[in-house]
Design a protein. Structure first.
Lengths: 288, 749
């Protein structure tokens, strides 16, 4: 195994593009190192990207949009008051990851690029409409988060490409988001079901909504039908039932040691209702 | 044994809560655990494990591994003793496979190399050719006529004709007229209950450092509950003379019964012998889960009859336990404890010990008892609901007490079940209000405890302090308890006693710290050793005063003349006598060895409140109270710790812990991420009530307390779930998917 410390994105991309075997970027390493030690993935080239200038910063642009560096750990996001105010759902997804120790290292981009369908940081990024900047041997592009994961453990970046930043749009007024996951314990578990809801109100009426589910399909995914069920409603019982039904209908989960198909399908609806309730309250001004 | 000198009150040190002597080293990271041992020239070992649940081993080719730079030795079964029989043969077969791999994770070969990384790489280069065979992992399936035969010759004569060869032991006992008993009943419950295998989950994985020369003399440093057991097992498996191996235990990061046997130690010794270098072996967590002892899984049929007033009229149970690919599931213990809490006129029990393609079960805290308690205490709760009886009152009505003829035969001596039930009834917890979707569960449990071979020495130092040498590794604070008992007996401050755990070269045989025996048996021997030393101290004083030794008494750490003709002498302190001992007759010490059998059983009653989320089936424990008889709590904080730890492990077993096997017979969850022990944030503070009904078999009344506490939580939680969710789960663990499925079935049906 060759260990590289990249001083710039260009250098990192050059190393990755030239590498012939298994290549991994080392952000927090909380997936990479675990996989290495358990013989799941033994990289031939490991490229540390934490020393690239600017990767540990969270920046709010003049238009209110956010840029989150690729080495920013969950703990730093959780202590960023303005980010928490604008995107509480995104932050709470990230903060659910692991323990205090893991939080000191784990990153949003690592969570996304590890490609787990159960990644806790991802659904709320999707409902927020987040994008990522990607650079590679053939230049750079901007990609919507929902277009990154393609299958369990797989993402749409091609060889030599890497993400350089995450972008969250400016937060509109009267809007809120929330992320909930189901685990049998209170921490240190992988989501059996995850659900993010982001919505915007006009008075009591939901005028924009977005719903994403995790751990119930090969990738985390947006569920437009579930969002439709919310738009135009005041989150009344009928809307909530329609939301739950749409969420459950969007599931195509597997039976495994963590949960059954029937359980995941049913609980996806339950979490959607509960997450929508929290997002709605936040949009109405309740603090996160 | 006759205890001429029992003391059950008026203690000065017993019952106080001083700091533990090992505490500072543990919180500052200085304590040396198994993996902290090292030696110059040391090699590192790694083990090659079977990826198959059941397979014939056709060939092991280590050529490529041995060719790797840094690799010094490879061992296989051929490097161990031959011609072993009985338990030793099973032990060896489990430590390293012979002709067949019997479970996923079974050790096949091992490598020693100059670094842990090289050893790991080399292990991957050992080429093993397997012929996979059909497998079975479920206890009920393993008994079916068409189940694959795991080992054709594992059964003994107890098994009735015509049973599947996977049934390797059969037992049956009972008394009374079952039919008449059931005829008398106003209500009968008859149900099948199942529990899954769980692991002890100790935080410290197994680790050892071994050195064995061509002359057959060796040293072993390891993390164990019982190093004399380790010595006997290792020497048997390697064909050595017992006394030529000295075993020194490290500090131990938990064992719960799982470290009373050997897994890697004989392999490290064999590698060392072959490489002529010390070899260190440390298991990973996955190896621990795949290849050390979880407990047995169980399938049980229970039938109980009860009168309208709550009197139990008859009970029967059929207990099928699977303990891995070897005989030894704790079926007998399950049967012994299942109905032990109650006086039952007619009772009949049948038990099967069944083998399956799983790792060899090892003892786990009250081995066998939690399963039986789950079945019986759940069934009793079902009867209480049917007959509208208060669960504590029903239990009080039937509770075993002094003189009760136990379900398994002997009459109980003085025991404390009634006292725990009364204390639970009076506890504010029992009367606290419950909210929606919440339920309260009650259950009792029993463990008989153990005495066991014990050898202890106590020596007085020149300054009048004392050193206690015991052979029972300290898992739960026992050094503090020994020091308290020695301090009490000698009449010197707790701080003036140091308790050490000796290696096998320093004392006679000691059984492990198991069966809740350390505080009872090593404690008894410590007190007796102190009393012997006191006798000698009194003799020295008598010599000095020129009076008879009988005219000297020991009080508050001093020899004093006593009786009408003793004469007037100022008391001689222990320090004064000790300062002169070199010239008054030499070192002063006491020693006691015995196999004490007055270990009194301990009963407990648990209360739990919990809430079930009706939409997800998720259970939250809200409040938990453990009430248990400790006989006499030597160090109450460590007694409480045992109660709390038992409750927590039982809660895990009830709710989320289980060995999950795939269709391929491989363990699906060999990491703590998916083998779900409760984490701290899952639990409320576990409340404890120590009941003290002194054990007549211990000088200070001690009963072992380590194990009983894991027995009631399984049914207590199940009984609470039945109230909170309105569904009865008879299969543990009660995971959210299982509870939600039961709720949906109820709503649908
Ligand atoms: C104890 C523990 C508990 C955990 N609990 C959870 C949990 O509850 N929920 C959850 O979702 N996850 C959990 N995880 C998994 C992990 O912590 C998260 O997925 C984390 O967000 C990964 O981030 P990282 O920075 O550590 O990624 P790394 O391990 O550094 O990288 C992960 C992957 O992302 C790729 N990568 C990293 N940066 C880039 C980049 N800039 N461009 C392209 N590819 C990149 C790497 O090549 C690698 O494939 C847990 C892990 C541990 C050890």
């Amino acid at each position: 195994m060759r260990y590289h410390t990249a001083a710039s994105f260009e250098e990192a991309v050059a190393i990755a593009a030239a590498a012939e075997g298994v290549t991994r970027f080392l952000a927090g390493g909380t997936d990479v190192l675990v996989q290495l030690r358990s013989d799941v993935v033994t990289p031939d080239d490991l490229i540390d990207i934490k020393h690239i200038p600017g990767v540990s910063e969270i920046i709010r642009a003049d238009d209110g949009g956010w840029t989150i560096g690729i080495a920013v750990p969950g703990a730093v996001m959780g202590e960023h008051a303005d980010l928490c105010r604008d995107w509480p759902g995104v932050v709470e997804g990230m903060e659910l990851i692991g323990s205090t120790q893991v939080q000191g290292r784990a990153t949003l981009v690592g969570n996304l690029c590890n490609g787990s369908p159960a990644a806790d940081g991802v659904p709320a990024l999707m409902t927020a409409g987040a994008t990522v900047s990607v650079v590679g041997p053939n230049g750079s592009r901007t990609v919507a988060v929902q277009d990154i994961p393609t299958a369990p453990g797989r993402i749409s970046l091609s060889k030599g490409e890497m993400i350089t930043a995450v972008h969250l749009p400016a937060r509109a007024e009267h809007a809120g988001d929330a992320y909930l996951r189901f685990i049998p314990r209170t921490e240190m578990d992988i989501a059996v079901v995850g659900c993010a809801v982001n919505l915007r109100l006009d008075g009591d009426v939901i005028i924009e909504a977005s719903v994403a589910l995790g751990a119930v399909a090969p990738t985390a995914r947006l569920v437009p039908a579930a969002a439709e069920a919310l738009i135009g409603s005041t989150l009344d019982d009928a809307a909530l039932s329609a939301l739950a039904e749409a969420a459950s209908a969007a599931c195509s989960p597997i039976d495994d040691k963590r949960g059954t198909i029937a359980f995941r399908t049913r609980v996806a609806g339950v979490l959607a209702r509960r997450a929508a309730g929290i997002a709605y309250d936040r949009a109405k001004g309740a603090s996160a | 044994m006759a205890l001429d000198d029992r003391k059950t009150d008026g203690f000065k040190y017993i019952g106080t809560r001083p700091n533990r002597p090992d505490g500072l080293d543990k919180v500052t990271g200085k304590a040396r655990f198994g993996a902290d041992a090292s030696a110059s020239g040391m090699l590192h070992g790694a083990i090659v494990r079977s990826p198959h649940a059941h397979a014939r081993i056709l060939k092991i080719d280590a050529t490529r591994a041995l060719a790797l730079t840094g690799v010094k030795a490879v061992v296989t079964r051929a490097d161990f003793a031959t011609g072993l029989t009985g338990e030793d043969a099973d032990l060896l077969e489990n430590v390293i496979a012979g002709e067949k791999a019997l479970y996923d994770g079974h050790a096949i070969a091992a490598v020693a190399a100059t670094s842990a990384l090289i050893a790991r790489d080399a292990a991957k280069l050992v080429e093993v050719t397997y012929e996979p065979l059909p497998h079975v992992t479920d206890v009920d399936a393993a008994m079916q006529p068409d189940a694959p035969i795991i080992r054709a010759d594992a059964a003994d004569d107890s098994v009735p004709e015509g049973m599947h060869p996977n049934v390797v032991r059969y037992m049956e006992f009972g008394r009374g007229d079952l039919e008449a008993g059931f005829a008398e009943a106003d209500a009968i419950v008859e149900q099948t209950y199942k529990t899954e295998a769980t692991h002890q989950g100790y935080i410290e994985p197994h680790a050892c450092l071994a050195q064995l020369g061509a002359d057959g003399r060796g040293e072993l440093w390891c993390c164990t509950q019982g190093h004399w057991f380790v010595r006997r097992m290792c020497t048997a498996l390697l064909g050595l003379e017992t006394s030529q191996l000295r075993v020194t235990p490290s500090e131990i990061g938990g064992g719960f019964g799982g470290k009373t046997t050997v897994f890697i130690d004989p392999i490290a010794l064999a590698l060392s012998r072959k490489a002529s270098r010390p070899v260190k072996l440390v298991m990973s967590r996955s190896e621990v889960l795949r290849a050390t002892g979880p407990t047995a899984s169980a399938s049980m049929d229970i039938k109980i009859g009860m009168k309208r007033d709550g009197t139990i009229t008859a009970a029967s149970g059929v207990f099928r336990l699977q303990g891995g690919a070897f005989p030894g599931a704790p079926t007998a213990e399950t049967m012994q404890c299942a109905f032990a809490c109650y006086e039952i006129p007619a009772v009949h029990e049948v038990g099967y010990d069944v083998i399956a393609n799983r790792p060899k079960q090892a003892a786990y805290r009250a081995p066998g008892a939690p399963m039986g308690a789950f079945a019986v205490e759940s069934a009793l709760d079902e009867l209480c609901r049917e007959l509208d009886l208060d669960p504590i009152e029903m239990r009080l009505k039937n509770a075993s007490r002094e003189g009760t003829r136990s379900s398994f035969g002997p009459r109980f001596p003085r025991v404390g079940l009634v006292e725990t039930l009364e204390a639970a009834k009076a506890h504010p917890h029992y009367a606290a209000p419950l909210g929606p979707n919440q339920g309260r569960g009650v259950a009792c449990g029993y463990w008989m405890n153990w005495g066991g071979e014990t050898s202890v020495s106590l020596a007085i130092s020149e300054d009048g302090t004392a050193q206690v040498t015991v052979g029972t590794p300290d898992i739960g604070g026992s050094r503090a308890s020994m020091a308290l008992m020695a301090a009490e007996a000698l009449g010197i401050p707790y701080e003036n006693v140091r308790c050490n755990i000796a290696d096998t070269g320093s004392l006679g045989i000691n059984e492990p710290t198991h069966g809740s025996r350390a505080t009872y048996a090593s404690g008894l021997a410590t007190i007796e050793s102190a009393r012997q030393a006191i006798g000698k101290l009194c003799e020295r004083a008598a010599d000095k005063w020129g009076i008879d030794a009988e005219a000297v008494i020991w009080e508050d750490g001093c020899a004093k003349p006593s009786g009408p003709n003793a004469g007037e002498f100022p008391p001689l302190t222990i320090a004064e006598i000790a300062a002169e001992m070199g010239s008054t007759g030499g070192p002063i010490s006491g020693h006691h060895e015995a196999t004490p059998n007055g270990h009194g059983g301990s009963f407990g009653t648990h209360l739990v409140d919990l809430e079930v989320d009706p939409e997800t089936g998720r259970t939250t424990i809200l409040r938990y109270t453990v009430v248990q008889d400790a006989g006499k709590a030597i160090h109450p904080a460590y007694v409480e710790g045992q109660f709390q730890g038992g409750a927590v492990q039982g809660i895990g077993w009830a709710l989320n812990e289980e060995y999950i096997y795939g269709q391929d017979g491989r363990l699906q969850n060999p990491i703590f991420l998916d083998y779900r022990v409760p984490v701290a944030s899952d639990l409320p503070m576990i409340d404890t009530v120590i009941v003290e009904v002194p054990n007549p078999g211990h000088p200070y009344g001690v009963r072992g307390v380590g194990e009983t506490g894991i027995t009631p939580p399984l049914p207590a939680v199940a009984n609470a779930v039945a109230t909170a969710a309105g569904v009865r789960l008879r299969h543990l663990p009660m995971t959210p998917p299982r509870i939600l499925a039961a709720l949906e079935q109820k709503a649908g049906g």
